[in-house]
Structures are given as structure tokens and as C-alpha cells.
Design a protein around this ligand. Structure first.
Ligand code: FAD
Ligand code: UDP
Length: 370
């Protein structure tokens, strides 16, 4: 165990703490990081296979409308021009995502936006008033047909519960457009670091000592003694030994295969939207970086309940969990030395750009950034 004293102890070597470490260091502060996994980078970590950057914890595409965030990440890594345009497979039929004129044209054999709008307006009548759950929200956005073919099965697999028991906001993440535009995101900036995400996280963590394969909570007092402040990015409830109960998380299981062929599915992301297929999506990693290698690596993503020994990937932001989370946040506020950040520490369904924004907010609060 190190005995040196630091300004900050960072728990978790994911993107949140990577950003924190880079800016804190520039402000003249010292950081020491503890990470329970055998590598840094958290969920954006990539592993190289056959010259292909494999997104070990699922497809990651950086997108943002925040210029400050975009300029910041670009000052640490060069980004490629990848634009996410997944396709959905439903019982052998292929549809473009997000829901746009290409989807509507194929589904209803129409060509013009007003035809699509008319059909959706008709189907939307099934929902009266403000949508109160994901099913109502989906039908009100895109109508019954799309809900049945492209949303219901996928969502119920992903979240392990009925669409009527899920909050409407989850589906509002997806754009709905009456133009022929398959870009999955509306954001102004989008791309993936050339050479994979490790290029970014390693540059952010440069000069920060990271102790890998080490669980902070098992040696908390000792680690806390090493620094003036602690930035904790692990699960919020776990920090408090689940004393108010467990927050729900969804987990995932990844099944990765190396195939002796140059092109398996012709796209980086293919969603399987029918309930009967157990995985939600297959990603073909080489296409995140326009790879031309002779072989290919694919990963099937299986949603799963959170079981002992599995990673918590998605906070479940329904009402019950939100209440419990608020109670934990009240406890967190009382911690004098420890600050909570990131997707797990804040229990928020953050994308990467939101994680960077949140790290900036904390850095400003700490007086380390203008
Ligand atoms: P994490 O990356 O989870 O890092 C936290 C780290 O803390 C982990 O390495 C963990 O091992 C460590 N840790 C936890 N507890 C302890 C402990 N007690 N002791 C020591 N170490 C500990 N965002 C996008 O913008 N675009 C996408 O396309 C996208 N796709 C995604 C796909 C999937 C399948 C998932 C799950 C997420 C996706 N995201 C995407 C979100 C993105 O992964 C997160 O926003 C981001 O990685 C969160 O960074 P973080 O630092 O908060 O957390
Ligand atoms: N979704 C869907 N069908 C799809 C893709 C997404 O119904 O083909 C729904 C699903 O409920 C999912 C939500 O839209 O949880 C958000 O999708 P996104 O791709 O943003 O999820 P993430 O990348 O965070 O897993």
C-alpha cells in the first residue's frame, strides 16, 4: 500500500474519473486511483483482436451537442467520422433506425412524410392524454405498428419488464424523424477515438497512478487516509452497504466470437427486436473504425437480471428506484470527504458526454476549472 498523501483518491478508473484526473492534474492537484477491474477505462475499455478494437462492454459511440465537451475530448484523442445508423431485424425483415422515413417507407410502402404522419396520427389515437408509461409513449410517438415490431420485444428483453411498467423517458432517447436520415443521434458532433477508447482514457489518466484489481470498499479506511478528498464512481447503494435496500440495475452478458470472414452483418450494430431471439443486438466491431481486416469480431449482447458477480450496467430509473436513490443521495450529502460521480455513483442513465459534463460540474465545484 502506498503511503504518499494525495489531494484526491479516485475510486474507479472510468471516464468520469479520467476526466477528473486530467483537469485536476492541470490545476496542480495530485490524484491516486483505485480500480477493481484489471484495466482502466471502465465500460468504454477496448481490447484489440486481429487489429480490431473490440468494445469489450458494448457498442460505444461518442455524441454530443456540447462544444466544450467535444473540444475537450478532441484535445486528448483524434475522433473518426463514424455515424451510428443501426438496422433492426424483426423476423427476417430489415428496418432502418432510428424511426425515420426509411423505416416508414419500408413498413407501410409509402414515400412521403405526410403519408407517414397521417398513419401515425391515426394509430396514436389509441393513447388518450399524456403518456404515463413507455408503451403509451412509444405508440404516441410512432404508432402501434412500429411499437409492436421494433420496440415492444426489444424493450421487454432489455429491461426485463413489461413496457407498461417502464417510464416514458427511456424511449424519448430515440429520435423520430420525417426525413430520410438514418443517423441514430441528433447531436451536432459524433465519432469514435481513432485507435479505440483506450487512446482517450490513457491520455486523460497520463501521470495518474492507478492501482488495478483492487476493491476500494474492502480497504476503505486505509484508502481514505491517503487523500484529502474521495471521488467515488462505484454503485451508490454499495457504498452505504445497501443499508436502505438495493437499487435495481440491469446487467448484460456479452458473447464475443472471432469469425474467419471479412464481413458478417454489413453494419456495426444490428438490433434484434423480436422477443424470441434472446440477444438484443449484435455488434461487428471493425465497422466502428471502417476496418478492412480479413477476419471479423462480433459480440452478441444479452440483457440480464443483475445477479451476484455481474456488473451493474444500467440504472433502472423507475419511480421506486428513484425514491430509494433520493434517500441514498441524502446520505451522500452528509459525507464530508466523499463525492459521488458518474453513471453508478449518481445512479443516472448517462451517456459519455453527460458523464464528461458531470465531471466538469464537479471540477468547477472543487474550484479546479473555470
Ligand atoms: P464506469 O465506466 O462504470 O466506471 C466506473 C469504474 O469504477 C469501473 O471501472 C468499475 O470497475 C470501478 N469501480 C466500481 N466500484 C468500485 C470499487 N468499489 N472499487 C474499485 N473500483 C470500482 N454512452 C454513450 O455516450 N454512447 C454509447 O454508445 C454508449 N453505449 C453504451 C452501451 C452499453 C452497453 C453501456 C452499458 C453503456 C453505454 N454508454 C454509452 C454509457 C457509457 O458507458 C457511460 O456513460 C460511461 O462509460 C460511464 O463512465 P463512468 O466513469 O461513470 O462509469
Ligand atoms: N429501443 C427499442 N428498439 C430498438 C432500439 C431501442 O425499442 O431497436 C428502445 C429500448 O427501450 C431502449 C431505448 O429505446 O432501452 C433506448 O435505446 P438506446 O439505443 O438509446 O439504448 P442504449 O444504447 O442505452 O442501450
Amino acid at each position: 500500500m502506498k503511503r504518499k498523501h494525495y489531494d484526491y483518491l479516485l475510486v474507479g478508473a472510468g471516464l468520469f474519473n479520467a476526466v477528473f484526473a486530467a483537469v485536476a492534474r492541470q490545476a496542480g492537484k495530485s490524484c491516486f486511483c483505485v480500480e477493481k477491474r484489471a484495466h482502466s477505462g471502465g465500460n468504454i475499455y477496448c481490447e484489440e483482436r486481429e487489429g480490431i478494437q473490440v468494445h469489450k462492454y458494448g457498442a460505444h459511440i461518442f455524441h454530443t451537442s456540447n462544444k466544450e465537451v467535444w473540444d475537450f475530448v478532441n484535445s486528448y484523442a483524434e475522433f473518426n467520422r463514424f455515424t451510428n445508423s443501426p438496422v433492426a431485424l424483426y423476423k427476417g425483415e430489415v428496418y432502418n433506425l432510428p424511426f425515420n422515413m426509411n423505416t416508414f417507407a419500408k413498413l407501410w410502402n409509402i414515400t412521403r412524410p405526410e403519408e407517414a404522419e397521417r398513419i401515425i396520427a391515426e394509430q396514436r389515437k389509441a393513447v388518450a392524454g399524456e403518456p404515463s408509461n413507455l408503451e403509451e409513449q412509444a405508440i404516441s410517438l410512432v404508432g402501434e405498428d412500429i411499437y409492436r415490431k421494433l420496440i415492444k420485444g426489444y424493450t421487454e428483453k432489455q429491461w426485463g419488464r413489461d413496457c407498461r411498467d417502464l417510464p416514458p423517458f427511456i424511449i424519448r432517447r430515440l429520435p423520430v424523424r420525417f426525413t430520410y436520415d438514418n443517423n441514430y443521434f441528433n447531436d451536432r458532433y459524433q465519432g469514435i477515438p481513432c485507435g479505440g477508447y483506450n487512446v482517450l482514457t490513457e491520455a486523460l489518466f497520463a501521470d495518474t497512478e492507478i492501482l488495478l484489481s483492487t476493491e476500494y470498499l474492502q480497504n476503505r479506511a486505509e484508502f481514505d487516509g491517503m487523500a484529502d478528498r474521495v471521488i467515488y464512481t462505484g454503485p451508490l447503494d454499495q457504498f452505504f452497504a445497501f443499508r436502505l435496500g438495493k437499487l435495481d440495475y440491469r446487467s448484460l452478458r456479452f458473447e464475443t466470437e472471432l469469425l474467419d470472414m471479412p464481413n458478417y452483418q454489413g453494419n456495426a450494430v444490428v438490433n434484434y427486436t423480436e422477443r424470441e431471439v434472446p440477444w438484443t443486438r449484435i455488434i461487428e466491431h471493425k465497422f466502428f473504425d471502417f476496418g478492412t481486416q480479413p477476419k471479423t469480431v462480433i459480440t452478441r449482447e444479452y440483457p440480464s437480471e443483475m445477479k451476484e458477480g455481474m456488473e451493474p450496467y444500467y440504472p433502472v430509473n423507475d419511480e421506486k428506484n428513484q425514491k430509494l436513490c433520493d434517500a441514498y443521495r441524502a446520505l451522500a450529502e452528509k459525507e464530508e470527504k466523499v463525492v459521488f460521480g458518474g453513471r453508478l455513483g449518481e445512479y443516472k442513465y448517462y451517456d459519455m458526454d453527460k458523464v464528461v459534463e458531470s465531471a466538469f460540474r464537479l471540477l468547477r465545484k472543487e474550484g479546479l476549472m473555470q
